[in-house]
Design a protein around this ligand. Structure first.
Ligand SMILES: [Zn+2]
Length: 210
C-alpha cells in the first residue's frame, strides 16, 4: 500500500494531529487519544443523503401547500398554513418576526434543499456541478439558520394551548413537518462534506489528467 494519502488530520475534540490511513468500506477511523470519530469510509453517503434530501423536498412542498391545522370556532372554521401565518404576522405590523419566520422556515430550508439536490445529483452520476466549491461553503454558513425543528416545537406548543379553547384539527402539513424534521436530521447525519470534497477532487484530478 503506497502512502500517498498520508495527510494530517486534527481531531476535532482534542486537536491531536494524526496521519490519515485508507479505510475499508464501512469502517471508521477514531482518534488515537480520545476515541472521537475522525472520518468514515461510507461510500454511499452521497446516495443516502440525496435520497433523504429528495424525500424532504417533496414533504417540504406538501408542508407549505397544505394547512398545518384548522380551528373550528362555533360554526365557521379557519385554516392556517405557514405562509398564511407569515402574512398575518406582517399584516399585524410584526414585520421583523414575520421576516424571521419566513427566512428560517421557508426561504433557507428551500435554498438548502435546492442546493443539496443541485450538488448531490450530479455527484451521484460522477460529474461536478458548476460553482460547487462556492455552494458547499455557502451551505455551511446558511445551514444553522434553517429552523424547521424549532418551528415544529412552536407549532406543537401552540396546538396544545389552542386545544384548551378551540376544536383543533391537525392538517396534512403538520404530519409533513413532523416527517420533514426527521428527514432533515437524517440528511444532516448522513451528509459528509469530506466525501463530497473527495469525489469532487477525484473528478477534477481526472479531468486535468485527461
Ligand atoms: Zn481526539
Amino acid at each position: 500500500m503506497e502512502h500517498h494519502s498520508a495527510q494530517l488530520i486534527a481531531c476535532h475534540d482534542c486537536d491531536l494531529l494524526q496521519r490519515e490511513i485508507p479505510l475499508k468500506k464501512g469502517c471508521t477511523a477514531s482518534c488515537r487519544r480520545c476515541g472521537a470519530v475522525l472520518y468514515r469510509n461510507a461510500t454511499d453517503s452521497i446516495d443516502r443523503t440525496l435520497a433523504f434530501t429528495l424525500a424532504a423536498a417533496v414533504l417540504f412542498v406538501i408542508a407549505n401547500l397544505f394547512p398545518i391545522f384548522a380551528i373550528e370556532i362555533q360554526e365557521s372554521g379557519s385554516e392556517i398554513n405557514l405562509f398564511g401565518a407569515v402574512q398575518s404576522l406582517w399584516d399585524k405590523q410584526m414585520h421583523s418576526v414575520s421576516l424571521l419566520v419566513f427566512l428560517t422556515t421557508i426561504l433557507i430550508p428551500a435554498l438548502e434543499l435546492i442546493t443539496m439536490t443541485y450538488l448531490l445529483l450530479p455527484l451521484k452520476f460522477r460529474s461536478v456541478p458548476a460553482g460547487s466549491h462556492l455552494l458547499l461553503g455557502m451551505l455551511k454558513i446558511v445551514k444553522p439558520w434553517g429552523m424547521i425543528e424549532v418551528l415544529m416545537l412552536g407549532v406543537l406548543v401552540s396546538l396544545v394551548k389552542l386545544t384548551s379553547s378551540f376544536k383543533v384539527i391537525p392538517g396534512i402539513a403538520l404530519w409533513s413537518f413532523a416527517a420533514l424534521t426527521l428527514l432533515l436530521a437524517a440528511a444532516a447525519a448522513t451528509f459528509s462534506a469530506r466525501d463530497v470534497w473527495e469525489r469532487m477532487d477525484s473528478r477534477s484530478d481526472r479531468e486535468v489528467a485527461a
